[in-house]
Design a protein around this ligand. Sequence first.
Ligand code: BEZ
Length: 245
Amino acid sequence: MEILQDHEQIISMPRIGDKAPDFKAITTQGNINFPSDYKGEWVILFSHPADFTPVCTSEFITFAHLEDKFDKANCKLVGLSIDGLYSHIAWLRTIKEKIEFNGMKNIEVKFPLIEDIAMKVAKKYGMIQPGESKTQAVRAVFFIDPKSMIRAIIYYPLSLGRNFDEIYRALIAMQTSDEFEVATPADWNPGDDVIISPAGSCGIAEERMTSTDELNCKDWFFCTKPLGKKEVLDKILKKPKLLVR
Ligand code: BEZ
């Protein structure tokens, strides 16, 4: 067996635009085959440093509380830490039975939590960042699209709990970009104006500046247009199932 020194450890860092690296894993919801089990839907794969720690507990309660909201946006959640399966099970039971956070209590975590005691997945996904910790995963968030491509990555250090409004906003913004072929400006939320792709020729630049339609061009390279909140959400969110009598 080859023994690697610390500095020789093979840690890969997947990038935006890469296919999500594949792995098989044991989770609190049974075995998964990643990303193939999630083809056709978005998935947020996220890591946390350790079970039975306070910041992670606050995050799990919040994420589990929002699970239905993410599901309506065709997005599944998958968590991971460098802990064993029985630790995960015990922690999730404690969360449900004992912990209240921000008014949320009795919260059942129904999404899979990967056991990764051997750090195989954590290393494949660059979740171990040795300057921060050699034994715990940082708080990584991978947004993976229905074609299993990595579309966004956010990393937080151990001490900083994530902002789940931002995670949801980023998901909806990327789905909006895909559906409407637009980009989204700073702090965009559904209902705000969207950005249309920059003019690719002098002719289009001129057209944009003289156009009288709904485009609002501050200059030839910076054009926005309205996109209604209802139009966005009707396209992106799953329709509620009708009760058939
Ligand atoms: C926490 O979740 O509270 C935590 C985990 C690892 C390091 C620091 C904080």
